[in-house]
Unconditional design. Sequence first.
Length: 195
Amino acid sequence: MRRLAGDLGVGVMSLYRYVAGREELNDLMVDAAFGARPLPEPGPDGWRAKLELSAREEWALYRAHPWLSQLAAATTRPPNAPNLLAYTDWRMRALDGHGLGFATLVQVAIMIGTYLQSAAVPLAYEAQAARRTRHTRRQWAAARQEAFERTMRDPRLPMVSEFGAEAFEASEPENIFEFGLHRMLDGVAVLLERG
């Protein structure tokens, strides 16, 4: 609250006329960000296309606002943010009628959101590091190439020693997002087949 007051050029106490505290401010920020990118109604045909679209839309939010994943993932208590909860509701409706119990619908919807938040946290850290150092991830790695090569020759790291350009590319947040999204949706397909 102090930082926000400083950024706005007002006294800290004056902010409390508008919000009760940091938690309410966080809720409002999350709600505003998700409200700027509502999911379409009714969306594409099929549960998988719907879940994938919702994941890609949420990922786009985290790319546009790197701070958002940290804020949304910072608590096990969901923000009081109707626009965020609309994503949960939309995902549950995508799977409704496929034989899953209500609790399972909740779990799948939350699993997707939680995966996206955790996959997006590196975006926030990278944005902070890039601002602080003025170096991209690739520039940072190139500057430390020699040290990385020494570490990778450690005999206790036989798999890591194989790490090269292809693995570096695979470890990019965007590629981790893609890989995880498809594996997660494959898992939902198995769940529906068993259901």
